[in-house]
Write a protein that binds this ligand. Structure first.
Ligand SMILES: Cc1cc2nc3c(=O)[nH]c(=O)nc-3n(C[C@H](O)[C@H](O)[C@H](O)COP(=O)(O)O)c2cc1C
Length: 236
C-alpha cells in the first residue's frame, strides 16, 4: 500500500515537472507577445515600425517616477537615429493604490501614447482611465510640456487644463501628475539617456547598465550586448 502511494507521488511529481518544463516556454513566449502587442501602438506613433530598433537601459537607482525598484527605459531609434522612449511610471496616489503606466515619448517631447499596465481603481469610476472604457487617456496623445504650458498640466479642479473623469478626480489627478512628471523627466535628461548607451559618464541618474540590445550593434564603452557592465564608478 505504502509502496503504491509512494509510486503515485513520484509519478505525480514527475508529471508536474514535465508539465512545467513543457508549458513554461509557451507561457513566456505568450507573455512576450502580449507585451509586444501593447507596445506596438506607442511605437507606431514614434515612427514606421520597420524602421525602428530598440535598446533597453536599466536604471539601477531611480527617480521618483518608478517607485523604488529597478526600472527600464527603452530607447527607440528610427533608421538608427534617436526617435523616442518608452518608460514605465508609477502614479503613487491613485484612489485605491498605485497606477502603473507605460508611456511613449517622442524626442520632440510629445506623448506618443499611454497604456495602463496596472491599477486597482473602482469599476465605473477610476477604471475609466482604461482605453477600452473611455477616451479620457487618449486625449493626452500628442501633448507636451509646451501644450499646454507646464503650469497648466493639472486637472481642471486644480486650476489646470485637463478635465477630470467625473467622480474620479483623485485617479485623474494621479495620472495627469505622472504624465507631467514623465515629460519633465524626459525633457531634462533626453540627451543624457541616449548618450548613456554610448558614453561612460558620471551623470546624475547614477548607474546605468545596458541589459540587451535588440537589433542594434554594440557601441561605446559598454562591451558586448548583454554584458554586465558598470559605467559609473562605485555604483554597481
Ligand atoms: C466606493 C467608492 C469608490 C470610489 N472610487 C474612486 C476612484 O476609483 N477614483 C476616484 O478618483 N475617486 C473615487 N471615489 C470618489 C472619491 O472618494 C472622491 O469623492 C472623488 O475622487 C472626488 O472626485 P469628484 O470631485 O470628481 O467627485 C470613490 C468613492 C467611493 C465611495
Amino acid at each position: 500500500m505504502a509502496a503504491t502511494l509512494g509510486l503515485t507521488a513520484v509519478l505525480c511529481a514527475s508529471a508536474v515537472k514535465l508539465f512545467h518544463a513543457v508549458g513554461q516556454p509557451h507561457v513566456l513566449a505568450a507573455a512576450q507577445a502580449f507585451q509586444e502587442a501593447r507596445l506596438r501602438p506607442l511605437l507606431a506613433a514614434i515612427g514606421p515600425l520597420d524602421s525602428l530598433t530598440r535598446e533597453t537601459l536599466e536604471l539601477a537607482r531611480l527617480h521618483d517616477l518608478h517607485g523604488k525598484g529597478p526600472a527600464t527605459i527603452e530607447l527607440v531609434y528610427a533608421d538608427g537615429e534617436p526617435a523616442g522612449l518608452l518608460l514605465t511610471a508609477r502614479a503613487e496616489k491613485g484612489y485605491a493604490g498605485p497606477i502603473r503606466l507605460l508611456i511613449g515619448v517622442r524626442v520632440d517631447g510629445t506623448l506618443s501614447g499611454i497604456r495602463v499596465l496596472e491599477h486597482s481603481e473602482t469599476p465605473g469610476l477610476g477604471d475609466r482611465i482604461e482605453p477600452g472604457k473611455s477616451d479620457w487617456l487618449a486625449r493626452f496623445k500628442g501633448r507636451s510640456l509646451a501644450d499646454p504650458d507646464r503650469a497648466a498640466w493639472a486637472i481642471a479642479r486644480d486650476g489646470g487644463r485637463f478635465d477630470q473623469l467625473t467622480g474620479a478626480s483623485i485617479t485623474s489627478r494621479a495620472v495627469v501628475r505622472a504624465l507631467r512628471d514623465t515629460l519633465v523627466y524626459v525633457d531634462e535628461r533626453l540627451e543624457a539617456l541616449f548618450a548613456a548607451a554610448t558614453v561612460d559618464t558620471d551623470w546624475s541618474l547614477n548607474a546605468i547598465t545596458r541589459m540587451a540590445a535588440t537589433g542594434r550593434p554594440t557601441r561605446g564603452a559598454h562591451g558586448p550586448a548583454g554584458a554586465d557592465t558598470c559605467p559609473v564608478r562605485g555604483e554597481c
